[in-house]
Each structure stands twice: as structure tokens, then as C-alpha cells.
Design a protein around this ligand. Structure first.
Ligand SMILES: Cc1cc2nc3c(=O)[nH]c(=O)nc-3n(C[C@H](O)[C@H](O)[C@H](O)COP(=O)(O)O)c2cc1C
Ligand SMILES: C=C(O[C@@H]1CC(C(=O)O)=C[C@@H](OP(=O)(O)O)[C@H]1O)C(=O)O
Length: 365
């Protein structure tokens, strides 16, 4: 089953982009976590579509309706279920895709996997719309992690060729993460922001799309989370990041560039600071041997350019095997990255909650 995730609590995500609604169930979520509605709605709003010209024109309020698992402002410990309505659908736009799969989207693979029974309207279960319930689940997990002294935050590390200033991976202040959370575009360097937005405009005007990278950090992480060899912390986090549509690469710490370093440079030298074991650098991204080291976890997710572009492309007509021109209709993000930061944070927050529960269980402090 591909819609249920977690070893120590379970997240289920259901729905299709143009069905009655989408949602999630959190089973085994700890009892007694304060339900901060304002925070949850602000997280949903960070991801919601239709807010500016860098995103799809589809407008959805993304108000989560919580049906169970929360009573008198606290989680009960029994399943939390949440439903989000789909209201602004235009399913007719997708009719020409039945036999003409979009290059780069899941139309062909979804048809094969589900024997032609998949819901093709708006990308169905494969739509990025399914990340709305993930963000709800992530917001709940952030509330739990906050009660354990942890915080998750991120910024847009790049869009196309334009780079933001990276995190200082040994010292990421909680205030910086909170400031980024409240920015319309979570970018550290304001000059990079303008250049990124200009690049998206240019791509959109050229009937094309752009990708980029989200850099995410978790601070306040206790040392000792993760279970090698087959359930390492990196594996748990990346398995959820790869669940996010359009994520095609994940790296921790120095990532792929660590392979070009010498050991003397890559090794993070250990020190004791105010009685706490730390490292002077963080090339390993806060994880060693699949177990958290107590340093910030730093992870980057590479997001591909939106597959549904307005420019005419060639594709295969599955009915007669001929390669034919395809014009894609519908309302698409010219660049997914501007809405992806809360989604990446949500995936990481859910994984961190699972890792924490594995180590510490449900006992109250
Ligand atoms: C928040 C978000 C919004 C997205 N918006 C679009 C979109 O408007 N059009 C599109 O073709 N793909 C969009 N995608 C990406 C596709 O859903 C994704 O590329 C597709 O399901 C194929 O999966 P894969 O890229 O992971 O292989 C979006 C993804 C996310 C996370
Ligand atoms: C609606 C959202 O994003 C959608 C993600 C998406 C896709 O193919 O991934 C395609 C577009 O919509 P539809 O599913 O109608 O084709 C986007 O608007 C959302 O994020 O809430």
C-alpha cells in the first residue's frame, strides 16, 4: 500500500485533485498536543495555490476541516482526520490527455499502474494538490516537535541558476527560521529574490517552466535518533521527501559535493561547547551512521521544472502509436519552488516525529 507511511505513527493521505476533497489521517499521534489553529492555517496558507503570478491560477482556500482526534484544544491520541475541499476544478481541460500523456507528468505511469482506472482529472492522485494534507500533517508534527524543543524551517536555495545565501549549517537561529516562515518568498538574500522572480516571469512568458532547490533545516535535534542499518534517519526523511511530487534529488550536509573533498576537509571536528558535544563544521548534515548527532539536520530537495508547460510539445498518442503535437491546458505553476518550502518542511517534520517517537515513545515528560 502506497498511501500509508510511518513506523511509530501512521500518516495516510487520500484524494484526487478534482474529486470531492483530499485529506489525511494521523493514527498514533501523541495525546495532549495543543491544537494551535492560527499556526495551522498559516502553514496551509503558505502553500495554497492561486495567490500570485508565480503560481497556478487555480484558487483554493485550503481550509482543513478536522473531523476527529482534537477535543477542547488538544489532541486526544486517537486518529486525527482532516478533509480539505476541492472547489475550483476545471476537469474538461484534461480531456485531451487521456491518450496523449504529458511528458514529465505521471499520466502514462499512472495509467499503467492502475490499469487505466486512475482518475486523470487534474493529475488525479498524482497532483501536487495532495501536498495540502501533507502540510496539515506537517503542521501538527511541528507543534509536537516544538514541545520537544525542535524547529523546522527552510528557504529557497535556488531557482534556475539564481542562488540564495545558504544556511550557516553549524548555527541556524530559531528566529531566522521563523522570519523565513512569515516571508511571502522564503529567501535570505533580497537581491536573489528579485532575480528569481524575474527568471520565473521570463520562463512563463516563454511558455516554459523552472525548477530549483529548497534547503531545509531542523534545529534542537537530540543526538541519537535513527536506527541503522535499514531505518537510518536520512532514509526516513528522504523517503517522505521523495513522496512530494516533482522532488528528484535529496542531499544531506555537503551532499554530492562531499565526494570531491579530502577526508581531512570532510570530517567534522568534534568539540565540547557549554558541556554539549558539537562539531566545528557540519558536512554530514547532522547525521552520522544513520543516527542524529545533535547538530542541525540540513537537507536539500531538488525540484524539477513543472512538467505541464504552455509551449507545444510532442508526445505519443497511445491509441495509435504516433508521435503528435500536444497543447496542455489547465492552470499550472510556472515554478513549483515558490510554494514548495512548507511542503518540504512538512515532509521533514513528519519524519522527525516518527524518529522521535521511535526513541522516546508516547510517555509524557
Ligand atoms: C506544490 C506542487 C505544485 C505542483 N504544480 C504542478 C502544476 O501546476 N503542473 C504540473 O504539471 N505539475 C505540478 N507539480 C508536479 C507534478 O505533480 C509532478 O511532477 C508529477 O506528479 C510527476 O511526479 P514526479 O515529478 O515526482 O515524477 C506540482 C508539485 C507540487 C509539489
Ligand atoms: C491545485 C494545486 O496545484 C495543482 C498541482 C498540479 C499538478 O499537476 O501537480 C496541477 C494544477 O492543478 P490541477 O491538479 O487542477 O491540474 C495545480 O493547480 C494545489 O497545489 O493546491
Amino acid at each position: 500500500m502506497g498511501s500509508v507511511w510511518g513506523n511509530n505513527f501512521k500518516l495516510t493521505i487520500f484524494g484526487e485533485s478534482h474529486g470531492g476533497g483530499i485529506g489525511c489521517v494521523l493514527d498514533g499521534f501523541p495525546a495532549g498536543v495543543a491544537y494551535d489553529e492560527e499556526f495551522i492555517l498559516s502553514e496551509m496558507d503558505r502553500r495554497a495555490p492561486g495567490k500570485n503570478r508565480q503560481s497556478t491560477a487555480r484558487r483554493e482556500k485550503d481550509l482543513p476541516k478536522v473531523l476527529s482526534g482534537v477535543f477542547e484544544g488538544k489532541t486526544t491520541g486517537t486518529p486525527i482526520s482532516c478533509v480539505i475541499e476541492n472547489t475550483d476544478t476545471r476537469s474538461g481541460d484534461y480531456r485531451n490527455l487521456i491518450d496523449h500523456p504529458r511528458p514529465g507528468h505521471a499520466d502514462y505511469t499512472g495509467r499503467i499502474r492502475f490499469h487505466g482506472c486512475n482518475d486523470p482529472r487534474g493529475g488525479g492522485h498524482f497532483s501536487g494538490r495532495l501536498t495540502a494534507p501533507l502540510v496539515f500533517a506537517g503542521a501538527m508534527c511541528k507543534l509536537f516537535l516544538r514541545s520537544k524543543g525542535m524547529a523546522v524551517g527552510s528557504h529557497i536555495a535556488s531557482i534556475g541558476q539564481i542562488m540564495d545565501t545558504p544556511f550557516d549549517d553549524v548555527c541556524i537561529p530559531a528566529e531566522q527560521l521563523e522570519t523565513l516562515r512569515t516571508q511571502q518568498y522564503p529567501i535570505i538574500n533580497p537581491r536573489a529574490q528579485q532575480a528569481m522572480l524575474d527568471q520565473i516571469d521570463q520562463a512563463r512568458e516563454a511558455l516554459d517552466s523552472l525548477g530549483g532547490i529548497i534547503e531545509c533545516a531542523v534545529i534542537g535535534v537530540p543526538a541519537g535518533l535513527g536506527s541503522p542499518m535499514l531505518c537510518p534517519a536520512e532514509g526516513r526523511i528522504s523517503s517522505l521527501l521523495f513522496a512530494v511530487p516533482a522532488v528528484k534529488g535529496v542531499e544531506f550536509g555537503a551532499g554530492f559535493s562531499i565526494s570531491a573533498m579530502h577526508g581531512s576537509e570532510a570530517n567534522d571536528r568534534m568539540i565540547l561547547e557549554d558541556g554539549v558535544v558539537k562539531t566545528e563544521t557540519n558536512n554530514n548534515g547532522g547525521i552520522l551512521g544513520g543516527i542524529t548527532s545533535g547538530m542541525p539536520i540540513v537537507v536539500r530537495a531538488a525540484i524539477k521544472p513543472t512538467p505541464s508547460i504552455s509551449r507545444e510539445q510532442m508526445t505519443l498518442n497511445l491509441a495509435d502509436g504516433k508521435v503528435e503535437p500536444l497543447v496542455i491546458k489547465g492552470r499550472h505553476d510556472p515554478c513549483i519552488v515558490t510554494r514548495a518550502a512548507p511542503v518540504v518542511e512538512a515532509a521533514v517534520a513528519v519524519a522527525m516525529t516518527d524518529l522521535y517517537l521511535e526513541a522516546y515513545g508516547y510517555a509524557q515528560d
